[in-house]
Design a protein around this ligand. Structure first.
Ligand code: UT7
Length: 335
């Protein structure tokens, strides 16, 4: 671990990466499985296709590839990375997948752990990592969002199976004593509304020996009240972002890019309208990937960084929201 010789005051954004599985599931193909249509899915969600993991792809593999790609964009020696935070709800190993990613990267000096906050996970992980950097504990961090929800979708439930896909994204961030490009954040949780979207354990009773039962591990498929989640998102996301604009003294006019969790194009449009941010400033790749949970924000950012839409010093307002219920927002300056 690099010796820290100064008190950092800020965070700088140095690199991005992403990875999606090769296998494509189009709306047309989903309509062979459940009673739906390409027209219905596109008009209600903006999604045309999504990627689905098959053998060889899992959260560790996808997260590793996204992280490696982000590190390549920096000129870092991998051994100088201090921290790896993996946001995921679908780890390859329930004890944590971040350590496997650390090992595959050869980032031997990094502490690595998982963080679970569903679709808010990447934002919560980014905020967590930024606090370690601003506090002076660590200098270099990789924040990964990776999910494989296809393994937990009920593929007979047309109300939810059309939304989700698999993928991973990552950002490389560094502490600096020269400026602070992490301009502000807010985070919220409302467990009272948790039943609107969850992936609960399914405890099948079994016995160890006579009269001693145990509950076998396992999960029920994703359970979602789409309309309630929709209403929650279009109400809470503009509120948290407007509050953050007030707190940071930025206005929505100064925002170059609005980067929302990619859940539904109608949610993106509605939040944009309420914030008075025009459509051309709202990043979207829903058509290609659907909702990849913790991966959506770094995945859509990585595309825009690599094709030079996001430029150095651009102001990005970002918000993640979803199961928990949980939601959060941050304002950052790229670079
Ligand atoms: O990370 C957060 C993850 N979750 C979300 O972001 C979910 C947010 N919610 C949504 O995106 C939307 O609520 C959905 C896309 C899930 C559903 O769209 P909706 O406009 O809210 O549809 P609805 O649930 O109100 O259903 C309208 C109709 C119903 O038919 P009836 O009862 O009016 O005859 C549904 O049965 O559409 C029907 N329907 C479908 N029809 C064709 C529901 N799903 C489908 C489908 N294909 N896939």
């Amino acid at each position: 671990m690099e010796v820290i010789k100064f008190k950092q005051i800020g965070v700088s954004f140095k690199g991005s990466g992403s990875y999606v599985p090769e296998q494509i599931l189009t709306n047309e193909k989903i309509s062979q499985k459940v009673d739906t249509s390409d027209e219905w899915i596109q008009s209600r969600t903006g999604i045309s296709e999504r990627r689905i993991s098959s053998s060889g792809d899992n959260v560790t593999e996808m997260g590793y590839k996204a992280a490696l790609s982000a590190i390549k964009m920096t000129n870092w020696d991998i051994k100088t990375i201090d921290l790896i935070v993996l946001a995921t709800s679908t780890p390859h190993d329930l004890f944590g997948s971040a350590p496997s990613i650390q090992a595959k990267l050869g980032a031997h000096n990094a502490v690595a752990f998982d963080l679970t906050a569903a679709c808010s996970g990447f934002l919560f992980a980014l905020i967590t990592a930024a606090q370690f950097l601003k506090g002076g504990s660590f200098k270099r961090a990789i924040v990964i969002g990776a999910d494989q929800l296809s393994s937990f979708v009920d593929w007979n439930d047309r109300r939810s199976c059309i939304l989700f896909g698999d993928g991973a994204g990552a950002l490389a961030i560094e502490a600096t004593n020269e400026f602070d490009n992490f301009l502000g954040f807010d985070m919220r949780t409302d467990g009272e509304r948790g039943s609107f979207l969850n992936l609960p354990t399914k405890n099948n009773r079994d016995s160890i020996i006579d009269n001693i039962d145990f509950l076998k591990g396992g999960f029920s498929p994703i359970n979602m009240n789409g309309q309630e989640v929709y209403k929650f998102a279009v109400r809470e996301v503009p509120i948290i972002l407007n509050n953050l604009f007030r707190k940071t003294k930025y206005s929505s006019d100064e925002v170059d890019w609005l980067v929302l969790h990619q859940a539904n194009q109608r949610i993106l449009d509605s939040v944009g309208e309420r914030l008075k941010i025009p459509r051309e400033k709202i990043l979207s790749n829903l058509a290609k990937y659907g909702n990849t949970s913790a991966a959506t924000i770094p995945l859509v950012m990585d595309e825009a960084i690599r094709d030079n839409r996001i430029q150095q010093n651009d102001i990005i307002a970002t918000s993640g929201f979803g199961a928990g219920l949980s939601w959060g927002a941050a304002i950052i300056k790229w670079g």
